[in-house]
Design a protein around this ligand. Structure first.
Ligand code: ADP
Length: 598
């Protein structure tokens, strides 16, 4: 409270006013007192002078001053008044304190000049004769209209001075008491008036710093409580706003954190203000440690820097792409936008980062796929065209070869057909449109039919097919899809196994899964090709595959189908010894116990 300017300012002003009024009042009173005392003294001197009029007149008329001298000496003894009788020309005839003969001419004395002019006069001055300050009163003596001289009475003013000093001391005491009382009362009044305001200010200060929303201004006078009410309204509105902002901020953070896209914000000094999880993962940042550090210290990439600089410089939106060398290599698309800061001429930057690695990969796949498809289609088409042209050019007449050429055309057409079938299959599997007829499928039954279908081909190559399959192996899938899986695996096993080889096919239930095993004693696949055989159009030996009627799409279709049925596929192979494919598919619920081997 006593540190409040609200208290001290009026207190100082009022105190100065009280002191000034006290001082002026004291001074005026003491002056007034002094005048009163002087008037009283003057009256005394006048009375004395008037009482001496007759005796003085007689002495002045007769020229005898002894009686007069005696009278004034008597008066002096009684009253200590100095009495002087002065002739019209200023010569002193009688004086109570000095020998008149030795006294100088008094014609120039103020009080005497006044008295001769106005009958009476007075003055106060220092007496050279008595060496003290005196009050003089002179009275003109007349006789029958003729001025004879003056009688002058004087008294020392020291008495007055003593009395005035004593009165002044009393007045000063009084003024001091009044001033002190005034100051205390003023202080108390101002204190009472300003205390509620100061309290309200303190409460309001608390309101703004720690407890926004609490109510203040209880128990005050009308105006203050009104002010408190208004502040309460303001504070509650602010509290609501703050809560809303906080919630928005929280929601925004949650959204940013949950985004797959990276978001990073830098201030005008390019120091990191915010980075979400995705950015931290992309650039291996530490959310806590790296916050506040310059971005160029943490992400050392020229493109990032260039985009930030451009956005800052032009207050615009910028796009760019960067490649993060892996492994694995990642492609990121950056969108930078300038954000305003408190400094009008400078900007912060917010960068949204999309991981476009998958997009790039798919683009590459699509490009390769288109190139592969074109190539694969071109080869049989070119053959068909060549044989057809040869026939047109005359070979049709050649009885020895025309049938062979026509046979080749049919063969290539079948190949084209197979290729197109496989392409359609893969397109259906990839877009999921081909697998929409889910039902309970008996895999053993599908396998049985598949083996029967391939048996003649195997027979031609003297390949022995051994089947070891459980009965009634049921799964929930698409029958055509399961047929394609089995068909491709068994077809490959026969295709890539030389004459007199063996193909073993197993179908068992193990650990709630249907396990299909297709094992051959064929040419095998070397390690470096093994990981890529599921890619579209990937073939270990293109020429051999083509010759055997392969399209390079079979295993790719198998892989997609297995994935679509929530299964998994695995392959092991030893070059020149054989290959084993193992497919695991989820068993239909309730089927675990129904296992029997035929
Ligand atoms: P293709 O129509 O050429 O057989 P696939 O996608 O079915 O195409 O197979 C891809 C490649 O994998 C084949 O070209 C072949 O080189 C290899 N391959 C597939 N199955 C076998 C197998 N059982 N033994 C040896 N190689 C195989």
């Amino acid at each position: 409270m006593f540190t409040s300017r609200l208290f001290w300012k009026p207190f100082v002003y009022f105190s100065a006013l009280i002191v000034l009024v006290g001082f002026i009042g004291g001074y005026t009173t003491s002056q007034w007192q002094k005048e009163q005392l002087t008037d009283q003294l003057k009256q005394r001197l006048r009375n004395t002078a008037i009482s001496l009029e007759d005796v003085t007149k007689r002495s002045l008329l007769s020229g005898e001053f002894e009686d007069l001298q005696q009278v004034i000496q008597d008066i002096r003894t009684l009253t200590t008044t100095r009495i002087t009788v002065v002739a019209l020309d200023g010569v002193v005839y009688a004086d109570t304190h000095k020998n008149p003969n030795k006294m100088e001419n008094h014609a120039n004395r103020d009080e005497l000049i006044q008295a001769l002019r106005n009958r009476e006069g007075d003055s106060q001055r220092y007496s050279d004769t008595l060496n003290i300050s005196m009050l003089y009163y002179a009275f003109r003596i007349q006789h029958q209209g003729r001025t004879l001289g003056c009688v002058r009475c004087a008294l020392s003013t020291s008495q007055i001075d003593i009395q005035v000093a004593s009165i002044q001391a009393r007045i000063a005491e009084l003024v001091f008491i009044v001033v002190i009382t005034g100051l205390i009362v003023t202080g108390l009044v101002i204190f009472r008036m300003t205390r509620p305001v100061v309290r309200l200010i303190e409460e309001a200060r608390e309101l703004t710093t720690v407890q926004l929303g609490q109510t203040i201004g209880h128990g005050f006078d009308d105006e203050i409580s009104e002010l408190g009410r208004l502040l309460n309204e303001l504070s509650s509105a602010l509290a609501d706003r703050m809560a809303q902002l906080e919630q928005n901020h929280h929601e925004l953070l949650t959204v940013l954190e949950g985004m797959d896209e990276g978001v990073i914000a830098v201030d005008k000094n390019e120091c990191i203000r915010f980075a979400n999880e995705a950015v931290c993962e992309m650039f291996s940042l530490d959310l806590v440690e790296d916050q506040g550090r310059p971005i160029w210290e943490v992400i050392r990439n020229q493109m990032v820097q260039a985009i930030i600089n451009q956005a800052k410089k032009t207050n615009a939106h910028f796009r760019g792409e960067i490649e993060l060398l892996g492994p694995p290599t990642r492609y990121l698309a950056l969108n930078a936008s300038a954000i305003p800061t408190e400094d009008e001429d400078d900007f912060g930057v917010i960068i949204v980062i999309h991981d476009i690695t998958e997009v790039r990969r798919l683009e590459n796949l699509r490009r390769d796929f288109v190139a592969n498809v074109s190539h694969e289609l071109k080869t049989p088409l070119a053959s068909i065209q060549a044989y057809a042209e040869t026939l047109i050019d005359g070979a049709i007449e050649d009885q020895n070869n025309n049938r062979t050429f026509l046979g080749r055309i049919v063969e290539q057409s079948e190949r084209l057909n197979m290729l197109i079938q496989d392409l359609l299959s893969i397109a259906r599997v990839e877009s999921n449109t081909g697998i929409n007829e889910y039902s309970t499928v008996d895999v053993s039954d599908v396998l049985d039919r598949c083996i029967k279908y391939h048996q003649p081909r195997a027979g031609k190559k003297k390949i022995e097919i051994n089947v070891c399959a459980s009965n009634d192996v049921m799964i929930y899938a698409d029958t055509e899809g399961i047929r394609q899986i089995l068909d491709n695996l068994v077809d490959n096993a026969i295709k890539y196994t030389p004459e007199s080889g063996t193909v073993n096919v197993g179908l068992v239930i193990h650990d709630k899964q249907v396990v299909l095993k297709v094992q051959d004693s064929g040419i095998g696949i070397s390690e470096k090709h093994l990981q890529r055989i599921f890619e579209r159009f990937y073939r270990v030996d293109k020429a051999r595959s083509r010759e055997l009627g392969g399209t390079g799409l079979g295993l790719s279709i198998v892989k997609h189908l297995v994935n679509a049925f929530d299964g998994e596929i695995d392959v092991t192979s030893i070059l020149d010894q054989g290959t084993t494919f193992i497919v695991k598919l989820p068993l239909l619920e309730g089927m675990q116990t129904a296992v029997s081997v035929s």
